[in-house]
Ligand binder design. Structure first.
Ligand SMILES: Cc1cc2nc3c(=O)[nH]c(=O)nc-3n(C[C@H](O)[C@H](O)[C@H](O)COP(=O)(O)OP(=O)(O)OC[C@H]3O[C@@H](n4cnc5c(N)ncnc54)[C@H](O)[C@@H]3O)c2cc1C
Length: 353
């Protein structure tokens, strides 16, 4: 059984299956609705239902307050239809965005590597020579055992290498999904995934320098975006400021050092926040936002910044960038929301997310 959903202001009507979320149906039909966590934690996918009935599913009470439910709002990533419906969404048109319909994929784990003591590299070869079309910076939902569900992971490989995807997965203390991946997943196991998701990509048409700021496993998207830009021969300056706690947690380090040597337009600034004082580390000591402030002498004007990682790191980076005179319109973020963020309020500094 299915219901019809009309999405305004596009005026397009799509079929939504019983139990299928509004967001899933829209993305599979190639209609982009804003979204971020896909799990009902963040509220980015809030839309107004102007006609019809929805079930709010597992939308968190913090991301969708009671009064908002009464006013007809819902989270598209959790809402399922109980009747035919009409919704009104704010759909931004962006000339750099590609609306790639979401698909289901199956593959086999082809490689697992410890990148750091807490981050695992996971490679999945897609079945039958299949490839996933995506924009560098986007993510997929990995299908974990049914008692865990799906978890989002950013694609670390560039779009040119789309038959075998690479994910960088940090184990979260008490985390069901990352715990299972780190402890139980093996080379040769079959796994399903859907994607591509997200609106995190390089705004190439602007033709300005790019600044990537990442922490922990947040390096995955920037790696894909930087490799893509360098493969294309982008002439504009690219800077990566990457933060980890200590030398052992710094991964893909040698690769970025080599890329910086090969490509004069690429600069790599690694920063360690908890490296022992007596170690031989000669790079920056401190957090990502502090390293960026020092590198750019606190002046970020004239560039676009792409921030990827845990919400707290992103908050600190946004504050630093705005103090360094970069406008909100030039800052793009991919927050690695998890269940722990379900009860947190969004940044008062930043209107867009
Ligand atoms: C767009 C996007 C891209 C991402 N990309 C990556 C990536 O490339 N690499 C990566 O490592 N991660 C990435 N993440 C994060 C990843 O999807 C997982 O959410 C995260 O790793 C935790 O999953 P988990 O199942 O291990 O933890 P969960 O079981 O979901 O728990 C997470 C934390 O919350 C706590 N918790 C559980 N339930 C609750 C509750 N009800 N209230 C409060 N706290 C709770 C747990 O104890 C744990 O500490 C991404 C997330 C998003 C949204």
């Amino acid at each position: 059984m299915s219901h019809e959903l009309t999405i305004e202001p596009l005026g397009r009507t799509i079929e939504v299956e019983d139990g299928q979320t509004v967001l899933d149906a829209a993305l599979r039909a190639g209609i982009f609705l804003p979204h971020a966590c896909g799990q009902g934690y963040c509220g980015t996918c809030k839309v107004t239902v102007t006609d019809g009935e929805v079930d709010h599913g597992r939308a968190s009470n913090f991301a969708l307050m009671d009064y908002e439910r009464e006013e007809g709002l819902c989270l598209a990533c959790c809402a399922t239809l109980e009747s035919d419906a009409v919704l009104e969404a704010e759909i931004e048109v962006d000339e750099d965005a590609r609306d790639i319909p979401v698909r289901d994929f199956h593959g086999t784990v082809s490689r697992i590597e410890s990148l750091t003591p807490t981050i695992l590299g996971l490679w999945i070869r897609l079945d039958g020579g299949d490839t996933i079309d995506f924009q560098a910076g986007q993510y997929i939902n990995l299908q974990l055992p049914s008692d865990i569900g799906v978890r989002a992971f950013s694609l670390a490989n560039p779009p040119s290498a789309s038959g075998e995807i690479e994910l960088n997965i940090r184990i979260v203390p008490g985390g069901a999904g990352t715990g299972w991946i780190h402890r139980s997943l093996k080379v040769g196991d079959r796994i399903g995934l859907t994607g591509p998701y997200g609106r995190f990509f390089v705004h190439k048409s602007a033709g300005v320098p790019s600044l990537f700021m990442a922490g922990g496993s947040g390096l995955s998207s920037p790696r894909s975006m930087i490799l893509d830009l360098l493969e294309e021969g982008s002439p504009h300056p690219i800077t990566l400021v990457y933060g980890a706690r200590n030398r052992a947690e710094l991964y893909h380090h040698d690769e970025f050092v080599a890329l910086a040597q090969r490509h004069p337009q690429f600069t790599y600034v690694p920063a360690l926040s908890g490296e022992p004082e007596d170690s031989d580390w000669t790079g920056f000591r401190g957090h990502v936002h502090e390293a960026a402030k020092a590198h750019f002498d606190n002046d970020f004007r004239g560039r676009k910044a792409y921030l990827c990682g845990p919400p707290l790191m992103i908050e600190a980076c946004i504050a630093a960038l705005m103090q360094g005179r970069l406008f909100e319109r030039d800052i793009y973020t991919e927050k690695f929301f998890s269940a722990a963020d379900a009860q947190q309020v969004r940044s008062p500094l930043f209107k867009r997310l």
